[in-house]
Design a binder for this molecule. Structure first.
Ligand code: 3HC
Length: 290
């Protein structure tokens, strides 16, 4: 597949990453389908796109007609076949469970023409293993976007063991076409960013568990001491504690290295349903906030 041939992108998953990626693709001028398994998830995806853009319209950063055009290029669906019809690229952004991703990629392989490129937004799983559920492993690649996808500039482009040079070049070109900066990464647990970032967040939970400082002071220290825009707990609440725990579990399992042991406090919060902003409570309480 050549980049110039791309006119439609199918995004599978309408959660915060899926919706953000669909928005980015639409803003770059592509036709987009955004698929999730139930209409209410698709609708929630549209809200995730509309609400922050409506704020930009209110602040005079974009016009209502630009917002309308972004939304008009995105078609929501629950039908996988419908989603991939006419698309030259599929970007998968469903949740981080290998069995579920493999099942989806098997289904995608059956409905998409053989030259369609499949990209996974996996944050730490093996692209090689995902690709092996298809008969086109050379055309499967990782494209790891960062939350919030419309704002964050980086895309990690991950080569699985069978990913071809052409597919890697295509993914890097697509990232640039989407206004992002690609960094090529060989397959390795957590890739680059999550291998560095998530253990730092995990260690913040250990500090809190040991009573070294309060959550607010740990966040304050990292923001004022390293210029992070959010402290580790604000970021964990923003991206989801369950996502952080998933990444730690992959790092720990794949490397066997005890330095990647998930913090017991992080695990406890996830077990309690304290997943961050999305559940109303994580390290901090969001009751009463939108
Ligand atoms: N669509 C379009 N524009 C958006 C947007 C959206 N969804 N959300 C925010 N924006 C724009 C705003 O309109 C604003 O634009 P302006 O500068 O032109 O006015 C700009 O982005 C900044 O937004 P805000 O003013 O609302 O908010 P902040 O200045 O507080 O920044 C933030 C918010 C960008 C989230 C910042 O706090 C930040 O960078 N945080 C760190 C995020 C981070 O580290 N992400 C990576 C997480 S790790 C990850 O994703 C990997 C995964 O695998 C776990």
């Amino acid at each position: 597949m050549q980049l110039e041939q791309v006119s439609k992108v199918a995004v599978i998953g309408a959660g915060s990453m899926g919706a953000g990626i669909a928005q980015v693709c639409s803003q770059a001028g592509f036709q987009v389908s955004m698929r999730d398994v139930e209409p209410r998830f698709v609708e929630a995806g549209f809200r995730r796109i509309r609400d922050p853009l409506a704020k930009r319209v209110e602040r005079g950063k974009m016009t209502q007609s630009e917002l309308d055009a972004v939304l008009a290029r995105i078609k929501g669906t629950v039908d996988l076949k419908d989603a991939v019809r006419g698309a030259q690229v599929v970007i998968e952004a469903i949740f981080e469970k290998m069995e579920v991703k493999r099942e989806l990629f098997g289904e995608l392989d059956a409905v998409a023409p053989p030259d369609v490129v499949f990209a996974s937004n996996t944050s730490s799983l093996s692209v090689t293993e995902i690709a092996s559920a298809t008969k086109r492993a050379d055309r499967v690649v990782g494209m790891h976007f960062f939350n919030p996808a419309p704002v964050m500039k980086l895309v990690e482009v991950i080569r699985g063991s069978e990913t071809s040079d052409a597919t890697t070049a295509f993914a890097k070109g697509l990232a640039i076409r989407l206004g992002k900066e690609p960094v090529e990464v060989k397959e390795s647990p957590g890739f680059v960013v999550n291998r560095l970032l998530v253990p730092m967040m995990n260690e913040a939970f250990n500090l809190l568990m040991e009573g070294v400082a309060t959550a607010g002071d740990i966040d304050k220290a990292m923001k004022l001491g390293t210029n992070m825009p959010m402290g580790p707990f604000e970021l964990a609440d923003y991206t989801g504690l369950d996502i952080g725990l998933d990444v730690m579990e992959v790092l720990h399992r794949e490397t066997g290295d005890p330095k990647f042991r998930p913090s017991p406090l992080l695990r406890k919060y996830v077990r309690a349903g304290r997943l961050g902003r999305k559940s109303g409570r994580g390290v901090y309480d969001y009751a009463g906030t939108a």
